[in-house]
Structures are given as structure tokens and as C-alpha cells.
Design a protein around this ligand. Structure first.
Ligand code: IVH
Length: 685
């Protein structure tokens, strides 16, 4: 067949002209459809244009262009994401939990600015998704990244390119100013509620685990090594700011919000300009009332000082700007009915009663289960199977049953009786005196084994990418892994035939497992799942002892000498190493090469410029990990504690700092930011 017969241009120059026409037309229709929500042509007509362009680029490969609308999909999977340093820090926001706190924010700013008259604010919905930054160079999408720790994120360019509403090349709509030579725009990637529900239905039909909520679905889709998977997910984006710009000056936040759409960048049209804090509080209340009718999830309102000069004058404290605040909505609650109560087994053997619910939509997420915590809570709240209950979901936490909804109980309600044997292995259950939780004491209980492996592989522990719940369950049920040490013996050939695996994923998984051998001691300690040893305690122990061997023989006195380690943790650590099975596990791990190097130097120097000084860290530091900062303090003779008290000498306030910063202020403890800390330890940035 000749090219003419297929409707393709006969010459390269004609193809070039037609290609440019098609690209411009498709980009315009993308903008009309995705950004303005106002399409001019039918989906069929759009598909024909895209089809023609695809055929044309295939016939004339010399016309290939990464910014062509055909290039949104089809890139090969990556092995891992590369780090992406942000041209300017991506700050986070401090929160206001009430209108009163929002007004305090305004009062604080006016004091600082010595200002009587009202401040003008921009108020915007706080999208509940994933923060991203996209850099355009000469108008072409050059890089997209996640926020990461605010300084360095992950390069997810290939994935962001698959978002249809994100221009690969900035547009210039009528009346829009020319776009700057280089600009980093920031926004929130998200999934609309209807799209999220459709995706979950498809997943359930395909036997896959549904996502818990649109935010998880978004983050899971963007932190995907295979861009083809991301391309199949209905991700959208709203931009809300500029991180860095060359060759142009904006004067207000409002100007930014008005300018971006002219370049094809979507902004939320529910943003409003507010004269003074009363108007901003009224906006918050309006949005709270409108929240349930919105097609996407928001978790609050962001109020920003509009004037960028004022923003600059106000500056930032500890990673969050003084000029903005996130006003959070209260947790969402709905009523539904408990259909049954089951007991689930955690990795420590802890048994948690879980209420199965008639599915209920709580702010965009279908909730089917909620925790009842323990028997005491069930008794205290007098919760029975068949009861109508109020269920609450707040942020990241597991939904919980708040209380029984008053009203007549039907005759069908039933009291829940805690099982006397483990529901998974029929092993004995123990309940320690004065403790609310009950435990399955059989360490070989399959449910515990599975949960231990999952915890071991989780991101904050050994961080084994690709070893999710499904795979662990499969490997455990097939008897291929009975303990975490078995992971290191797995071979790609054994894994490839497993359901939904294949050679490529099997190879990736084996590589990810192998890489985890290099994790530092603190992570291994956390991964081992020693009771009461969370991430922070694991860091303290690793920094103080430097090796597993040293920790294994530590006496109670050595342990409690560490600030932040009390008798309970000390006993738990000692019990762990006393248990023969645990010692064997460590030996087996070491035999497969999981053996963090000894770091005797990590131990605390008795003398040093920081001798006797107690540090508490809150929030993340950009220049070093928690382990490194703790080690630096110890090496100079100081101590690190996990909680602020009057004995604390310094609180180092990092990114997304928690309540410890406030507590320090209350107790009059000195706080310092990262720069001051780096200077103090002799490593100025
Ligand atoms: S402004 C310095 N505006 O909220 C200001 N953030 O901690 C930085 N978010 O995950 C953020 N909607 O991605 C801003 N309209 C909005 C937002 C918004 C959602 C997210 C942001 C980040 C978190 C802020």
C-alpha cells in the first residue's frame, strides 16, 4: 500500500506540516478538555486526530519529538527513581485546627508586620493528593519530581508525562504573557473520587487489592517504576504555586493563580481572594459545607498571604513559611452497621478486634472495616454485632468505631466474645495483666510470620521494593519463606512462575532483596520487630552500641543509660536476645550476608564539646538522616533523647516538625534550625 492510500502525506515536508498541525490541534483539545472542562469535539473525533498523528510519526520516524502528545505513554520501566534536587526547598505547612487558631495566625502576622489594616489573603482548597514539582525549560516539560524530604525528591518525569492535563509544552492562550525561560511550578497530583471508585471496582474484579483512598491511589500510581501503569491510572493535577522562576516576577499569589492557566497549567477554580481574616474564615466554612459535593478530596483550606513581598518579609521558620497556614477539616464521620467482628493477628501476635461494616462512603473512601482496638474498648463503648455505629476516618489512620449510635437496638444484636484461641493457628492466647491487648503466643503462627516479613520489608525498615502483601502471602502459603532469613535465599527462577510475577518482576524483586543487605544497623533493628523498639529507639540503640553483637550482650544498666530508653524497652531488648530462636535468626541473616558493619566509633564519646548536652530532634533534616544526626551528637559527647523535657538542652527543629517544637517553646528549651545545628556540629551547609 502506498502512503497516499493510507491518507498519509507523501513527502517529508508535507508530513512535517501536517504533524505540526495535528500536534497543535491535539494540544488545544487536551487543554479544552482537561483544563477548561469544555471540549469542542467528540471523543471519537479526538481519537481520530491522535490516531492520524501516531500513524504519521510511525511512517516518518524522523519527526519524533518527546513533546508530541503521542509520547505520553510507553516508556520502559525504570529500576529505581533518580534523586531530583528541587531548585528551591519545597516547604510544608503548619496547621490550624480551629477558626481560633486561624485568627491567631493572622494576629501573629499583623504583629510581625506592625500592621493595623487587614491582610489580603488567597484561600485555596487543600487538595489531598501528592505534592509534585514540574520544571519547564524554554516551555518544554524538562523534569517532574515528588516532594521527598523537601530538598531532594524522586524524579518521576516519565510518570508525570502520562497525566493528560499536564502540558508537555507550555501553551500560550490568548492574552497570556510569554512563558518564562525556566519555571518550576508546584501542585498536587490527585485522583477524582469517581475515577478512584472506578479504578477500585476494576481492581476488585481483577482480584487485586483496592486502594484505601484516592491519595494512596495517586501516590501508588506516581511512585510506580513502570510508566505504563501510571498511564492507565486517572491522575489529574492542580497547580498552586511557583517554586522558582527566571526572567519574570510575580507580585502576588493571585497573579500566579491567574497566570498559570494561560500557559495550560490547571489551577483550582475554587480559590478566592480574601480581604482580611474574617473573609478567609468564612471561605473555610463555605468550603467545609461544600466539601461532600466536590468531585475530589480535600482535607482543608490553605490560606496564604497574597502579596509576595509580604511573604518574603515574613519568611519561614523550620521548613514551613510564616505566611501560610493549612486549616484542617475535622475528621469525617458516618454511621453504618457492624455485620461481624473478627480478630486479626499482628506481627507481634497482638490480637485486634476488627469490625466488619456495611460498606459506607466516608468522604470519598469506602470503609468496610474499622478497628475496635481491644476488648476493653469494646466493653467500655458497649459495642455489639448488629449495632449501628459512628465510624471515623482522619488522615492516614485506620478508621475506628467511635461509639454506638443511640436508638433502639434490634433484638438481633449480639455481644462479642473474644476467642480463647488464636483464630489463625488455634494457639493459646495470653493477656498480660494491666495490658489491654491479648497476644497469640505461638511465634510460628502463620499470620504472625506473614506480618513479620511484611514489616521487615516495609519502607521504613529494610525497604524491599516490590515485596508487598500479596507476594508475601503467596510465598508464605506456599511454604517458601518461613522467616525473613529465607528471603535472601530466594531465586528469580523460583519466583517467576508465581501468579502475576514474570521474569522481569522476579529479577527486580531478587535485586531489591539483595540491595537490602546494605541497610544500616538502625533499620535492621527496627525491621526485626523487637517489641517497643520503634524507629527512633532503633536509632538510639544503633548509635549507642554500634553493632548487633554489642547490643546482644548489653546489660540493663547499659541500656537504660541511653536517654530515651527506659526499663520496659531494656527488658524487651534483653528478652529478644535471650530467646534462642531470635539468636538463630540473626545468625542465619548474617550467614546470608545481612550484617551491618560494626560502627564502634558510633558510640558516645565521653568527652567532647557537647558533653552532657541533651538533644531532641523533631521533623526531618535536609542534609542528613536521623541516624547521622544522632551519631554526630554522640560523637561529640552529647546525648539524643526522644522526648522534650526540662532536661533537654536543644530541640533541633526540622521539616514537618511535630508538637515537640511547641513543647520546647512552652518549657523554654532552646530550639535551633538545621543551619544552626550543622554549624554547632562543625559541618555548616
Ligand atoms: S501551598 C509553602 N497550596 O499540602 C506552601 N499546598 O504541607 C506549600 N497542598 O503536600 C504548599 N493543596 O502539596 C499549598 N492549595 C495548596 C495545597 C497544598 C494541597 C499540599 C501540599 C503539601 C501539603 C503542605
Amino acid at each position: 500500500m502506498t502512503r497516499k492510500a493510507t491518507g498519509l502525506p507523501g513527502s517529508e515536508s508535507a508530513a512535517r506540516t501536517r504533524g505540526a498541525e495535528l500536534r497543535a490541534a491535539i494540544e488545544r483539545h487536551n487543554y479544552l478538555y482537561y483544563v477548561l472542562d469544555n471540549p469542542e469535539i467528540s471523543d471519537g473525533a479526538y481519537d481520530r486526530l491522535l490516531g492520524e498523528l501516531t500513524a504519521l510519526e510511525e511512517a516518518f520516524p524522523q519527526l519524533a519529538d518527546p513533546t508530541s502528545p503521542t509520547q505520553r505513554v510507553g516508556h520502559a520501566p525504570l529500576d529505581k527513581f533518580l534523586p531530583a534536587r528541587h531548585p528551591a526547598q519545597m516547604l510544608s505547612l503548619s496547621n490550624a485546627e480551629s477558626a481560633e487558631e486561624t485568627r491567631e495566625f493572622d494576629a501573629r502576622l499583623r504583629r510581625m508586620l506592625s500592621r493595623e489594616e487587614p491582610i489580603r489573603y488567597t484561600a485555596e482548597p487543600k487538595m489531598d493528593g501528592l505534592a509534585v514539582e514540574v520544571i519547564y525549560e524554554k516551555g518544554v516539560l524538562a523534569r517532574g519530581a515528588t516532594r521527598g524530604d523537601g530538598t531532594v525528591g524522586e524524579d518521576v518525569t516519565q510518570n508525570l508525562r502520562t497525566i493528560r492535563s499536564l502540558p508537555l509544552r507550555l501553551l500560550r492562550n490568548s492574552g497570556a504573557p510569554p512563558h518564562p525561560p525556566r519555571i518550576a511550578v508546584r501542585g498536587e497530583a490527585y485522583m477524582g473520587i469517581a475515577d478512584f471508585e472506578r479504578l477500585n471496582e476494576e481492581r476488585t474484579r481483577g482480584g487485586e487489592q483496592p486502594f484505601a483512598n484516592p491519595r494512596n491511589a495517586t501516590a501508588g500510581s506516581i511512585r510506580q517504576l513502570d510508566p505504563r501503569v501510571t498511564a492507565s491510572r486517572p491522575i489529574d493535577i492542580f497547580f498552586y504555586g511557583v517554586g522558582h522562576v527566571e526572567g519574570r516576577r510575580f507580585t502576588s499569589q493571585w497573579e500566579i493563580l491567574e497566570t498559570l492557566p494561560g500557559w495550560g497549567l490547571r489551577v483550582n477554580d475554587r480559590a478566592e481572594r480574601c480581604e482580611g481574616i474574617d473573609a478567609a474564615v468564612a471561605y473555610f466554612e463555605r468550603l467545609a459545607a461544600a466539601r461532600d459535593g466536590l468531585p475530589y478530596e480535600i482535607d482543608g483550606v490553605v490560606i496564604k498571604v497574597d502579596d509576595l513581598r509580604l511573604q518574603e518579609e515574613l519568611g519561614a521558620i523550620a521548613r514551613s513559611p510564616r505566611w501560610a497556614i493549612a486549616c484542617k477539616f475535622p475528621p469525617r464521620q458516618e454511621t453504618t452497621r457492624i455485620t461481624k467482628i473478627e480478630v486479626s493477628v499482628g506481627r507481634t501476635g497482638a490480637l485486634t478486634p476488627v469490625a466488619h461494616l456495611e460498606p459506607v462512603n466516608i468522604g470519598g473512601t469506602t470503609v468496610r472495616r474499622a478497628t475496635l482496638h481491644n476488648q476493653d474498648e469494646i466493653d467500655r463503648k458497649d459495642i455489639r454485632v448488629g449495632d449501628r455505629v459512628l465510624v471515623q476516618r482522619a488522615g492516614d489512620v485506620i478508621p475506628e468505631v467511635v461509639r454506638v449510635v443511640e436508638g433502639k437496638r434490634s433484638g438481633k444484636v449480639r455481644k462479642f466474645r473474644f476467642p480463647v484461641r488464636c483464630p489463625e493457628c488455634s494457639g493459646l492466647i495470653e493477656r498480660a495483666e494491666r495490658e489491654a491487648a491479648a497476644y497469640c503466643v505461638n511465634a510460628q503462627c502463620p499470620a504472625q510470620v506473614k506480618e513479620r516479613i511484611r514489616h521487615f520489608a516495609s519502607r521504613r525498615a529494610m525497604d524491599i521494593d516490590g515485596l508487598g502483601e500479596k507476594i508475601v502471602a503467596l510465598l508464605a502459603s506456599e511454604g517458601r519463606i518461613a522467616s525473613v532469613a529465607d528471603l535472601y535465599k530466594l531465586e528469580a527462577e523460583q519466583l517467576a512462575p508465581l501468579e502475576r510475577m514474570g521474569e522481569k518482576s522476579a529479577g527486580n524483586l531478587v535485586d531489591a532483596i539483595a540491595r537490602s543487605r546494605e541497610r544500616p544497623l538502625s533499620r535492621l533493628l527496627f525491621a526485626l520487630g523487637i517489641r517497643h523498639v520503634g524507629e527512633q529507639t532503633a536509632r538510639l540503640l544503633a548509635a549507642a552500641f554500634g553493632s548487633l553483637d554489642a547490643l546482644a550482650v548489653a546489660g540493663e544498666d547499659d541500656l537504660v543509660a541511653i536517654d530515651g530508653v527506659g526499663p520496659e524497652i531494656a527488658a524487651s531488648v534483653q528478652n529478644f536476645f535471650r530467646e534462642k530462636r531470635n539468636r538463630q535468626l540473626i545468625e542465619r541473616l548474617a550467614a546470608t550476608g545481612v550484617l551491618p558493619p560494626d560502627r564502634p566509633g558510633a558510640a558516645r564519646a565521653p568527652e567532647g564539646p557537647l558533653a552532657g548536652k541533651i538533644f531532641v530532634f523533631t521533623g526531618g533534616l535536609a542534609a542528613m538522616t536521623r541516624d547521622e544526626s544522632a551519631e554526630a551528637v554522640l560523637a561529640l559527647g552529647g546525648k539524643v533523647s526522644s522526648s522534650v523535657s526540662k532536661k533537654t538542652d536543644y530541640v533541633v527543629v526540622g521539616d514537618e516538625a511535630g508538637s515537640k517544637a511547641a513543647k520546647a517553646e512552652k518549657l523554654g528549651v532552646e530550639t535551633m534550625d538545621e543551619a544552626a545545628f550543622l554549624k554547632l556540629i562543625g559541618r555548616p551547609a
